[in-house]
Design a protein. Structure first.
Lengths: 591, 86
């Protein structure tokens, strides 16, 4: 069977599975549509949360981010997992106890203020919509590489599948398809990694392989990697090179942002009890960790494999001959994500850090190199991994299905958060409070269909700033949503004015700092200051500012609450009730 | 009513203590061992590099998992002890 047929088979089979599950799990009430009837087992919810959370960025990009930078990008590993500790202890159980359907609903009720709820809606939509663009682009890339269809066609197919299970199934359909998608994506990620780890280190477990000796020469893998990358003029892999303050703040921003992302929080509304929400967060992190512990191994091993491929005889003048390059290089050259330019006309491929003057001069005088000739987009690492390691065709097809599963599951979760807030917070909560349950359910489905349309449009015509917007999504979640939720639970004194002022100042501060360096509304050339470390305040990058924004939010909220009227008695009782699991049934009975 | 309040306050205080303790460990393994204290741990070699690198790429994640399960287990016990179960 040809590779193309295998890819088609795996992708079509996985899509049929998702559609079948969606048909089985159709939502018939708002409770099913928003919260899957609160009947999801904590382990099942943990698995669904893992798929919900692990996006195209985690699956496709993260290993590459680590591979080409090394230790300094451990921030992604710690940041994107550490947030679950905050979620499990500071937010999820209490919000589950509160027993409503959306994140802005809690903000509106706890701060007894419609404007506060609307600020919450605004933050949620901006966060989720920016995030979903990346998922749609990921779907397009995966389709175009593996099924050789146009980007746009790929996106339409992907959107069609999401439409089917999200519009009909709501949270219930999304939950069970996410479980299936988790299984597909985790196999797709770990199977090639196991093979590669065996080939390189003889250890079947990639996380152990990372710290083992290589089969070839018995030197520890990381020692060898440090050696070859520094020989090629790159910075060492395991050492710390970046600004420490920025590294700490970036990690913290990712953690707080993760805990504050609405599409992750609402997953914890689906479990039966408060204690299930606690367990479920632990299970979610277990399932996430399977991929996150594999990723750094994939990154380091792929980096070493690529260097070995280019320098089959070690670092010397005779390098890989272009005409003899392996098949995977040819495949990826056609996508433009891998490029070769024969600068010294020797018909061989060279790869080194030609921006390092000493290395460039040394290699030119000793070997006659005239610059690094191989350009590798870091996003292809995971997708090309099975081909680099010469794995059988079905593994490549599995990775194709896995990449799509990662992008689709996250897209569905985000779209669910968006449609829920439109039908429940905007329509039912503000514009048309008398809407019937069936009317609200219909509105939720229409909002979902519209959100898919907008997401597909944005995926097809990505604003020039698509890559930057992830910073905005995490920054907003960290600076506005997380502090508001935490104060709503842990403080009885923060009042409506405090919360609104806090959210807005955290939001404005964060957006202002990001736009200062990234351009106003990300329009290139409109940035007030050049976007480099010399111009950042204390070396804090715009990507790391969310944690400071959160601090601004906390300080402003407490200060304003101090000088205005304290929350009324019934709000203080509400806070007391969300703090204890007892009496949760009453809150559900409201619906 | 006041009895109920004292009980609820004690429950909440116990929860906050548990959270505070957990978050100290959370910060210690990630920001501490993984980043700021890494130079102090550089003498401890692990698989071709040092312990701080291991904490940054694996150890912190493993500790996070243990922390969440520990918290869930302790809190569920506290629910029972203070009669706060659902």
């Amino acid at each position: 069977m040809s590779q193309y047929s295998l890819n088609l088979l795996f992708i079509a089979a996985s899509f049929l599975l998702y559609i079948g599950i969606a048909w089985w799990a159709r939502a018939k009430s708002t409770n099913e549509f928003y919260a899957a009837n609160r009947g999801v087992h904590p382990v099942v919810n943990g698995m669904a949360t893992a798929a919900d959370w692990m996006s195209a960025a985690s699956f496709i990009s993260m290993a590459g981010l680590i591979a080409f930078t090394g230790y300094d990008n451990s921030t992604f590993l710690m940041g994107w997992t550490g947030g679950y500790v905050l979620l499990a202890m500071l937010l999820a159980p209490y919000l589950r106890k509160f027993g409503k359907f959306t994140v802005p609903e809690f903000i509106g009720d706890r701060f007894y203020s419609k404007p506060a709820r609307l600020v919450g809606v605004l933050c949620l939509i901006v966060c989720s919509l920016t995030y979903v663009i990346g998922q749609m682009t990921g779907v397009g890339v995966a389709f175009s590489r593996f099924l050789e269809v146009e980007n746009a066609t790929g996106m339409f197919i992907g959107a069609g599948v999401v439409f089917f299970y999200a519009v009909f199934g709501g949270m219930k359909g999304v939950t069970y398809t996410q479980v299936a998608q988790y299984v597909v994506l985790i196999f797709a990620y770990t199977v090639p990694a196991i093979f590669i780890s065996l080939q390189l280190t003889g250890t079947p477990l990639p996380p152990l392989g990372l710290f083992s000796e290589t089969v070839k020469d018995g030197v520890p893998l990381l020692t060898k990697l440090d050696q070859v990358v520094t020989d090629l003029g790159f910075r060492s892999y395991t050492e710390h090179h970046s600004n420490t303050l920025n590294m700490v703040l970036f990690t913290l921003s990712l953690m707080i942002g993760t805990a504050g992302l609405p599409h992750v929080i609402i997953r914890f509304f689906t479990v039966p009890k408060v204690k299930d929400a606690r367990w479920s967060a632990g299970w979610a992190l277990v399932f996430i960790a399977l991929l996150y512990l594999t990723a750094p191994a994939v990154g380091a091993m792929a980096r070493l494999n690529i260097i070995d491929t280019v320098y089959p005889k070690g670092i010397q003048a005779e390098t890989l001959v272009y005409e003899e390059r392996p098949q995977w290089m040819k495949n990826w050259e056609t996508t433009g994500l891998l490029t070769f330019e024969d600068k010294n006309g020797d018909g061989q491929i060279q790869l080194y850090n030609d921006k390092d003057e000493a290395t460039a001069a040394k290699f030119e005088s000793e070997f006659g190199f005239k610059g690094s000739e191989l350009g590798i987009n870091r996003d292809i690492l995971v997708l090309a991994n099975p081909e680099i390691a010469n794995l059988p065709g079905w593994v490549i097809a599995l990775v194709a299905a896995g990449g799509l599963a990662a992008a689709l599951s996250t897209a569905a979760g985000l779209l669910l958060a968006i449609s829920g807030t439109i039908s429940h917070d905007l329509l039912k909560g503000a514009l048309t409070p008398n809407i019937s349950e069936s009317g609200e359910l219909m509105a939720a489905r229409i909002a979902m269909a519209a959100a898919i349309g907008v997401a597909t449009y944005l995926g097809l015509n990505p604003p020039g700033f698509a890559a930057q917007t992830v910073a905005l999504a995490f920054g907003l979640a960290a600076a506005s949503i997380f502090p508001a939720l935490m104060m709503g639970i842990f403080s009885k004194t923060v009042n409506n004015w405090g919360a609104i002022a806090g959210m807005l100042s955290g939001l404005v501060f964060t957006v202002y700092y990001i736009f200062t360096y990234k351009g106003w509304f990300f329009v290139p050339g409109t940035n007030t200051l050049p976007d480099n470390a010399e111009n950042w305040v204390f070396g804090i990058s715009p990507l790391s500012i969310g944690a400071i924004g959160a601090l601004v939010n906390f300080v402003v909220a407490f200060a304003i609450s101090k000088v205005t009227a304290p929350p009324p008695q019934h709000i203080q009782e509400l806070v007391e009730s969300v703090r204890v699991p007892k009496g949760a049934a009453a809150a559900v009975a409201d619906h | 009513m006041s009895d109920h309040d004292t009980n609820a306050d004690a429950y909440w205080a116990a929860n906050k203590r548990l959270i505070a303790g957990s978050l100290v460990i959370w910060a210690l393994v990630s920001f501490g061992f993984g980043i700021l204290l890494r130079p102090l741990l550089s003498g401890i070699k692990v698989g071709g590099t040092d312990l701080g690198f291991w904490f940054a790429q694996q150890g912190s994640i493993l500790v996070f998992i243990v922390l969440i399960f520990f918290y869930a287990w302790r809190m569920n016990a506290l629910d029972r002890k203070f009669g706060m179960e659902e």
